[in-house]
Write a protein that binds this ligand. Structure first.
Ligand SMILES: Nc1ncnc2c1ncn2[C@@H]1O[C@H](COP(=O)(O)OP(=O)(O)O)[C@@H](O)[C@H]1O
Ligand SMILES: CC(=O)OP(=O)(O)O
Ligand SMILES: [Mg+2]
Length: 401
């Protein structure tokens, strides 16, 4: 069965086309700068050369149409006909309390995703647009939605409730949801398999560190606590997001700087984090390069970023009354040797001992980077949210048949 996976962001759309027989990727790519002057489409068909196109793509509907055209393109395509695609799986960031598992798209499901727009204004609207675009362009194909929040629905109340009036939870469902669940779920399974132990027997902290970043405490094979909250703003310091701060800063700053709600929201989501402190970039590569050239603000940004990570790992070790496995994943977690070293070197008190040679190795495979004596096994596990989305889609569509 051939499955198309779509991950729609606010101004981008990433895709992967899978042949589920051997879980191989037939093509992958991304459309960037949707709705802006010149959108960029990068398409990588398996066994053929990469294509890069610049054109005007005003919305996600056109983006999906463009992807379909490329997949069946005479020269750059990998399919004879669009009818070969038997299902489409989508990443949806917010599933609220209603979606505890991946599910088939129905009119009711679309309505529920729309109701959650308030809670994920940057993420859920483009996801629904992606679904609508598939409805328009491939009307008969079943679609499945896979939620970032689903894996974290196992959290107990003491982890997910905020200490604010309960009426706000009852009325508006204000609580911690957590995100990157598909990734935390995938890497925890991969880690357990790699270690040859049942996941249920491992106390793990998984650190998904990309543009967005979150830590999850995994115990009994389930998410026990996670650093993102009602929205993907809470927790770790990120590329452009502040992460944790005193909530009083919001009204105080609005008052002092005469900011509107949307301005303060934009400040915390888009103009904070590494970008704000370094004054250079939100990209870890640029920060570490600048730091190595002696830039003091870049060093401060890096130190704040890694300090917050160590605090969360320590807190989750306490929350679980111990831990035996630490996992790094996503763009920064998989690639930044210096970041992993800075985090692990500050956690020797709990028996973490990094092996510097292992840490410096480059590989696309799951691997151990701690020493043989380390009390906590430290792993780098490449994430693959798209594969998990494809697997869920495959299973749900097959069970339906
Ligand atoms: N070699 C590298 N060293 C350090 N950081 C890297 C490297 N490669 C990628 N990154 C970081 O990974 C981030 C992107 O992570 P990714 O998981 O792809 O993010 P997202 O899925 O949220 O867009 C980039 O912003 C960059 O900071
Ligand atoms: C939920 C979230 O923060 O996602 P991303 O890291 O892709 O921005
Ligand atoms: Mg990501």
């Amino acid at each position: 069965m051939i499955i198309l996976v779509i991950n729609a962001g606010s101004s981008s759309l990433k895709y992967q086309l899978y042949n589920m027989k051997e879980e191989s990727v037939l093509a992958q790519g991304r459309v960037e700068r949707i709705g802006m002057d010149s959108s960029i489409v990068t398409h990588e068909p398996e066994g053929k050369s990469e294509v890069r196109l610049v054109s005007e793509i005003l919305d996600h509907n056109t983006a999906v149409k463009r992807v379909i055209d490329l997949l069946v393109h005479k020269e750059h395509g990998v399919l004879g006909s669009i009818n070969e695609i038997k299902a489409v799986g989508h990443r949806v960031v917010h599933g609220g309390e209603i979606f505890k598992h991946s599910t088939l798209v129905t009119p009711d499901v679309k309505l529920e995703i729309r109701k959650l727009f308030d809670l994920a204004p940057l993420h859920n609207p483009p996801a629904l647009m992606g679904i609508a675009a598939v409805d328009t362009n491939m009307a008969e194909v079943p679609q499945v939605v896979v939620f970032d929040t689903a894996f974290h629905q196992s959290m107990p109340q003491e982890s997910f409730l905020y200490a604010i009036p309960m009426v706000l939870y009852r009325r508006h469902k204000i609580r911690r949801y957590g995100f990157h669940g598909t990734s935390h779920h995938y890497v925890s399974q991969q880690a357990a398999e790699f270690l040859g132990k049942p996941l249920e027997s491992i106390k793990m902290v998984s650190c998904h560190i990309g543009n967005g970043a979150s830590c999850t405490a995994i115990m009994d094979g389930k998410s026990f606590d996670t650093s993102m909250g009602l929205t993907p703003l809470e927790g770790l310091m990120m590329g452009t997001r502040s992460g944790d701060l005193d909530p009083a800063i919001v009204p105080f700053t609005m008052n002092k700087e005469d900011l509107t709600l949307s301005e303060v929201n934009s400040m915390l989501n888009k103009h904070s984090g590494m970008l704000a402190i370094s004054g250079i970039s939100s990209d870890m590569r640029e920060i570490t390069d600048a730091m190595q050239e002696g830039d003091k603000q870049a060093k401060l940004a890096f130190d704040m970023y890694t300090y917050r990570l160590r605090k969360y790992i320590g807190a989750y070790a306490a929350a679980m009354n111990g831990m035996d496995t630490l996992v790094f994943t996503a763009g920064v977690g998989e690639n930044s040797v210096v970041l992993r070293k800075a985090v692990c070197d500050g956690l020797t008190f709990m028996g973490i001992e990094l092996d510097e040679t292992r840490n410096a190795e480059r590989s696309k495979e799951a691997r151990v980077i701690s020493s043989d004596n380390s009390r906590v096994t430290v792993l780098v596990v490449p994430t693959n949210e798209e594969l998990l989305i494809a697997r869920d889609t495959y299973q749900i569509v097959q069970n339906r048949a």
